[in-house]
Design a protein around this ligand. Structure first.
Ligand code: F6P
Length: 320
């Protein structure tokens, strides 16, 4: 291979820049040139190509977001869109592509691989950490740390005013962020879409704790499970406690990546480039413990990541 391409697609996540840096410098080190496509799959269709040099990726390791920009392309989801994209890749002499993104982006990579036998390698990039085949996806650790730092501040005022706070975190249809955040900030309860919950039980628990003199609490709710505003109303009207809510929102997607996310991203990016250049295609790279691994995209996209029941239980045990 003489030239490969790289793009970031879907929701941005802190560490994507470090991954791009890993891809570019590993490829250049093997004498392979790199084209970056702006705005994800849409940028391939629209031929927003950019020559990536060692300098292009200088100084970006600590930057949140993605210098390649990102988008969610409807056009690429149609067969016609993919034919256009293939035409552009050919005209730009791009012989293989590294796709950094979540489920939707990796589904696009698999489509190119299946339909055109085009060499692709996926890199898991999403704060949601909902991608199978890897313990961590790029940006999860940073997003969790961002949410925890915010909730630590809320805890102070919750304690002073003896209030209950319901805090909504991202995660799309999954509760991985919520669970990790709840454990890290010592939340009194967590609500995730994967596990049935009872608001009446939570109200009972709050009353019981108030009886013991503990009159403030943090309840973390995953956006995919319920709206924080609804939970607030329910608890307030059932218990008479003063309740406030907060939606952390997109702040969880931004900010400088943690050291963990930086090294994870660099390692995954470099590995993806090396595998693509060495002829291993149709896979997604990932991490299993400390080890880098790789799984077929067909496996990754057909397997669901599940919530750890021990961690769920630990939230309750710690809240006694
Ligand atoms: O997938 C990442 C994510 O931040 C989800 O947690 C969230 O549901 C979604 O993207 C928000 O998407 P948008 O930025 O399009 O509002």
């Amino acid at each position: 291979m003489k030239r490969i391409g790289v793009l970031t697609s879907g929701g941005d996540s802190p560490g994507m820049n470090a991954a791009v840096r890993g891809v570019v410098r590993a490829a250049l080190g093997r004498g392979v040139t790199v084209t970056g496509f702006l705005h994800g799959w849409q940028g391939v269709i629209d031929n927003e190509a950019l020559e990536m040099t060692s300098k292009t990726v200088g100084g970006i390791i600590a930057q949140g977001g993605t210098v390649l920009r990102t988008a969610r392309s409807k056009e690429f989801m149609s067969p016609e869109g993919r034919v256009k994209a293939m035409g552009v890749l050919k005209s730009e002499d791009v012989e293989g592509l590294i796709v950094i993104g979540g489920d939707g982006s990796l589904t696009g990579a698999k489509a190119l691989y299946d339909e055109f036998d085009f060499p692709v390698v996926g890199v898991p990039g999403s704060i949601d950490n909902d991608i199978s085949g890897t313990d961590f996806s790029i940006g999860f650790d940073t997003a969790v740390n961002t949410a925890v730092a915010a909730i630590d501040k809320v805890r102070d005022t919750a304690y002073s005013h003896e209030r209950v706070f319901v805090i909504e975190v991202m995660g799309r249809a999954n509760g991985f962020i919520a669970l990790e955040v709840a454990l890290s900030c010592g939340a009194e309860a967590v609500i995730v879409p994967e596990v049935p919950y009872s608001l009446l039980n939570i109200c009972d628990y709050l009353r019981k704790m108030a009886g013991k003199g503990k009159r403030s609490a943090i309840i973390v709710v995953a956006e995919g499970a319920a709206r924080a505003s609804d939970i607030k109303e329910f608890i307030q009207s059932n218990t008479g406690f003063e309740v406030r809510y907060l939606v952390l929102g997109h702040m969880q997607r931004g900010g400088s990546p943690t050291a963990f996310d930086r090294t994870l991203s660099l390692r995954l990016g470099a590995m993806a480039a090396n595998r693509l250049i060495s002829g291993f295609h149709g896979d997604m790279v990932g991490v299993d413990g400390q080890k880098l691994v790789s799984h077929p995209l067909s496996y990754v996209l057909s397997t669901e990541r599940t919530i750890d029941p021990d961690r769920m239980m630990l939230v309750d045990v710690m809240a006694q």
